[in-house]
Design a protein around this ligand. Structure first.
Ligand SMILES: Nc1ncnc2c1ncn2[C@@H]1O[C@H](COP(=O)(O)OP(=O)(O)OP(=O)(O)O)[C@@H](O)[C@H]1O
Ligand SMILES: [Mg+2]
Length: 399
């Protein structure tokens, strides 16, 4: 059995779309396939027309059962989607898992224990991860033989990628099993110059660790999801469907025996060159995408901070982040007794930018963002520190 975790802490880069349609393609090729939703947003169920109100028991119940030493059978929560394709759905309950498991030994191995029991029942397990690196993602990595990192082909993708991969490598290093880490270009639009340039950079840096298959931008994929169907059912002759059949073929053909350490090390060696390329590409971004301050020369970091991130402005600390689909973004840290309900970011535009200006005394602070109830590190702040629970806190020094 191969277990493929689809991981990227960046929201909206195509994880769920890839998880659903890759699972459907693997099943269509005759493989017994199980899709596990590890995201409390429950998007796999939505994308496969499983009615949310009918999901009485979910991945949460199975995981928490293991954690509490009262295991229940995974079979009890499964929904059949098509021949050879089953879904273990999730729902909002899963958002509480991380906190409820605090202090429980072996809490990062709950999913692995569940999957060890069903080794002979499936050929492929695909795990859709949440857009954060917390206990749920760590559970997925502990259970995984393969990791797919979707990279959306947008302006900031390369810059963010280096940081994402560093975090991922730190987590993979803590896993005992071999993990085959592969990057997948997602939402690629061949018509844009930037898209073509970014893909060329990815090919240059990752070569054998980049899937040859590209997940092209295809509106049929969006339509399929809104109707609760995999693309194989909604539009079998579409480009979107062909991409996922090709991805399944490529994945099936990938050598799983490559040594994890070799893969992870060679990935590590490439991170600095990716950042350098990102800097070049960002320098060529059209002025309406990034507006530098008038007359002043600005560094790349300042440019990005203008868009998202954390910085000091006139005695305040400004937090800005992009969460297009979030309903609430809160912050918890040393400055508010780690109580997110005390401090909310405000949505400032249609695109999904969230902002907060907070007066803070001089000092070193640790914090995390809470997006629709999910705790996560600030994806736009490079300074992170692992906390005692194996998650990452963001760090801020107010001067
Ligand atoms: N290849 C594609 N072509 C067109 N639209 C796409 C493609 N991939 C994803 N989308 C659309 O982009 C949006 C975000 O995709 P998706 O939900 O798969 O991302 P995600 O990484 O799972 O997000 P989250 O981090 O919130 O879980 C959805 O509306 C989806 O339909
Ligand atoms: Mg998702």
């Amino acid at each position: 059995m191969r277990t493929i975790a689809v991981v990227n802490q960046k929201g909206g880069c195509g994880k769920t779309t890839i998880s659903i349609n890759l699972s459907a393609a693997l099943a269509a090729k005759g493989n017994r396939t199980l899709l596990i939703d590890m995201d409390s947003q429950g998007h796999c169920a939505v994308g496969l027309a499983v009615p949310e109100e009918q999901v009485e028991q979910s991945v949460y119940d199975v995981l928490i059962g293991i954690g509490r030493g009262e295991p229940m059978r995974l079979k009890e929560v499964l929904w059949q989607i098509s021949d050879g394709f089953e879904l273990a759905p999730s729902n909002i309950d899963l958002a509480a898992f991380e906190q409820q498991m605090t202090g429980v030994t072996d809490r990062e191995n709950c999913l692995k224990k569940v999957l060890d029991e069903i080794q002979d029942d499936y050929d492929y397990v695909v795990i859709d991860c949440p857009p954060s690196v917390g206990l749920l993602t760590f559970n997925a990595l502990r259970a995984a033989t393969d990791v797919i990192v979707p990279v959306e082909m947008g302006y900031f993708s390369l810059h963010g990628l280096s940081r994402q991969l560093e975090t991922l490598i730190a987590l993979c290093d803590q896993c005992e099993q071999k993990i085959n880490v592969m990057v997948l270009a997602s939402m690629y639009d061949i018509r844009t110059k930037m898209g073509r340039e970014i893909l060329a950079e990815l090919k240059k840096h990752f070569s054998e660790q980049l899937f040859k298959t590209v997940a092209n931008f295809n509106t049929k994929l969006k339509e399929a999801a809104s109707l609760g169907q995999p693309i194989s059912e909604y539009a079998p002759s579409s480009k979107g469907h062909k991409d996922f059949l090709a991805l399944a073929d490529e994945l099936i053909g990938t050598d799983t025996q490559l040594h994890r350490a070799d893969l992870v090390n060679s990935l590590q060696a490439r991170l600095s060159t990716i950042s350098a390329s990102a800097e070049e590409l960002l320098a060529s971004v059209p002025p309406d995408v990034i507006k530098p301050k008038e007359q002043e020369p600005v560094s790349l970091d300042e440019k990005l901070a203008d868009v998202y991130g954390v910085r000091q402005v006139d005695g305040h600390v400004s937090f800005a982040a992009m969460y297009p689909r979030a309903k609430s973004v809160q912050i918890a840290g040393d400055f508010n007794e780690w109580m997110p309900e005390k401090t909310h970011l405000q949505r400032v535009d249609e695109a999904g930018k969230w902002h907060l200006a907070m007066p803070l005394e001089k000092g070193l602070y640790r914090y995390r963002l809470v997006v629709d109830g999910q705790w996560q590190q600030d994806p736009y702040n490079d300074w992170i520190e692992m906390n005692p629970y194996g998650e990452f806190n963001s760090v801020l020094n107010v001067q």
